[in-house]
Ligand binder design. Structure first.
Ligand code: FAD
Ligand code: AMP
Length: 483
């Protein structure tokens, strides 16, 4: 159990973590596992006024979005796909209130679970605001306004991020909302506009499209998923458009006017000024680091020009004993990236080994088909000048995917020509987010494509697609044409 004797006193801790999202709370738990005396401060409040640990991810991000993606995919499949299986259903109806209730109960269960984990690990939960003062002191203001000063040997900042507001289309609930607002619609909008075809925009667009909304996605960049492997992006775009998502590329939003219960969205594209009328507009143009009232004067912690807390490779800030992890520091804004940073810091503080391999962080888009990748895109490998080979396996050739009626997409492996090291894996297809894990492990172990080729994969499983893609890199695939 954590020690209570150092540095001493009820308001002194070995570690204070400010922020209880997926970066902060795992950091607190690991620090407690490392026998340190730990407090985790979190100020999150839900719209009903209730306080909850878990940050954006559990309350307004990863978890509620995945709950709705699952429900809406089931609804869609029941309506569109069951007949193909020979299953007749008299009438599939939508009870959105129940769908939202299910989502809320999952969120409540998961956020409540953090308090139980804290209790078991011996972490002191403090709900309210934390502000770093010089000398690793922290001013804590509870939700009821009570204020006290705490001290620690180490302070970990995990204050997360907030949605970016578009100056030309400011949030104006209920018509112009951020991703949190779009997860809470109480009725299916007839016409939904989404600004930004990033991960969040595509997931939210998919949710409401499946429930019947006419969805228009406006993306400023000319390329779809510009940061992803472009072969994968092209395949995904083709499927999303087939599903009825009206994705307009090279469409830069310049204004949004709310009038008569609708939103007139102005944008410009190659043809000039355009308009689209929608009933609800979701602004999903990205997130920015949040450090509001986090830093007192003279703490020695610096922010970069984009507002991220400046840290080194091991998440040390410029102030001794002060660390920062998660969305408030550089790197992809992903829950699992923050979690690993939090765990690394808690281990390093305790004198143990800790490291994050930033080159091998998987990314997943939970659409249908799902999208997942790890490592370099083909464009990045090409630009590096390294000779490479690719292997692709279409899910059309996967018996399991066919049996699941989910044979869209492919698995693609990029490996070095010289030593066969796997450089990147890109999957668009069923359960891509689960399939990628095997290849993340392979890359973590610096595996070659031959290592995957010689690994036995059960038949018939979706994972055979990864196996066959690896075989295809050497044009030795058995179950598909070697192209
Ligand atoms: P946060 O989760 O933002 O948590 C920070 C916490 O710190 C908050 O509770 C905040 O209230 C608190 N805080 C801030 N300042 C203070 C202070 N001074 N005092 C006290 N408390 C403070 N990522 C994925 O990996 N997978 C997904 O599927 C995924 N889906 C997403 C879907 C949506 C709709 C959104 C919006 C995001 C999604 N993300 C996803 C991103 C993910 O939510 C973030 O990367 C993750 O939450 C970042 O974790 P964090 O702990 O750094 O910050
Ligand atoms: P992400 O950062 O993954 O959440 O994606 C946000 C997306 O929004 C990016 O692809 C941006 O190009 C896009 N975006 C940003 N500003 C605008 C704008 N004014 N109009 C349309 N798309 C935008």
């Amino acid at each position: 159990m954590p020690t209570n004797d150092k540095p001493g006193g009820p308001d002194s801790f070995d570690v204070i973590v400010i922020g209880g999202g997926p970066a902060g709370y795992p950091c607190a738990i690991r620090a407690a596992q490392n026998q340190l005396r730990v407090a985790c401060i979190d100020e999150w409040k839900n719209r009903d006024g209730s306080a909850a640990f878990g940050g954006t991810c559990l309350n307004a991000g990863c978890i509620p979005s995945k709950a709705l993606l699952e429900s809406t995919e089931l609804y869609h499949r029941a309506r569109e796909e069951f007949a193909t299986h020979g299953i007749g259903v008299a009438a599939v109806s939508l009870d959105l209130a129940q769908m939202q209730k299910r989502k809320a109960s999952i969120v409540k269960g998961m956020t409540g679970g953090i308090l139980a984990l804290f209790k078991a690990a011996g972490v002191t939960p403090l709900q309210g605001h934390g502000k770093l003062l010089p000398g690793r002191r922290v001013q804590f203001t509870a939700h009821d306004g009570a204020r006290r000063e705490l001290a620690a040997r180490h302070v970990v900042l995990a204050s997360g991020s907030v949605p970016i507001e578009l100056r030309s289309a400011p949030f104006k609930a209920p018509h112009v909302v951020d991703s949190w607002g779009a997860l809470d619609f109480e009725a299916v909008p007839k016409r939904l506009g989404v600004i930004g075809a990033g991960v969040i925009g595509l997931e939210l667009g998919s949710v409401w499209r499946r429930l019947g909304a006419e969805v228009t996605v406006l993306e400023a960049l000319p390329d779809f998923l510009a940061f992803a492997d472009q072969q994968l992006a092209r395949e995904a775009l083709r499927h999303f458009r087939k599903q009825g998502l009206d994705i307009r590329l090279g469409a830069k939003v310049t204004g949004a006017t709310v009038a008569g219960g609708a939103v007139d969205v102005a944008y410009s594209d190659a043809k000039g000024a355009q308009h689209v009328a929608v009933d609800r507009l979701v602004v999903a143009i990205g997130r920015r680091p949040y450090t509001g009232e986090l830093l007192g004067a003279d703490t020695g912690v610096e922010l970069d020009e984009r507002g991220f807390i400046t840290v080194d490779h091991s998440c040390r800030t410029g102030a001794e004993g002060v660390w920062a992890v998660g969305d408030c520091v550089r790197g992809p804004m992903l829950a699992h990236k923050g979690k690993e940073e939090g765990v690394m810091v808690a281990d390093v503080i305790a004198g143990r080994y800790g490291e994050v391999n930033y080159k091998v962080i998987p990314a997943v888009v939970y659409t249908a088909p799902e999208i997942a990748w790890v490592g370099l895109t083909e464009e990045q490998v090409k630009a590096s000048g390294r000779e490479y080979k690719t292997g692709v396996f279409p899910f059309q050739a996967s018996a399991r995917a066919r049996a699941m009626e989910q044979a869209a997409g492919f698995a693609k492996i990029i490996a070095a020509r010289d030593d066969d090291e796997i450089l990147g894996v890109h999957i668009v297809g069923p359960m891509a987010g689960e399939l990628i894990a095997e290849t993340v492990l392979a890359m973590e172990y610096s595996a070659s494509s031959e290592d995957l080729q010689r690994t036995i994969h059960a038949h018939p499983t979706l994972s055979e697609a990864v196996h066959e893609a690896a075989l295809n890199a050497d044009k030795r695939a058995i179950d598909s044409l070697n192209r």
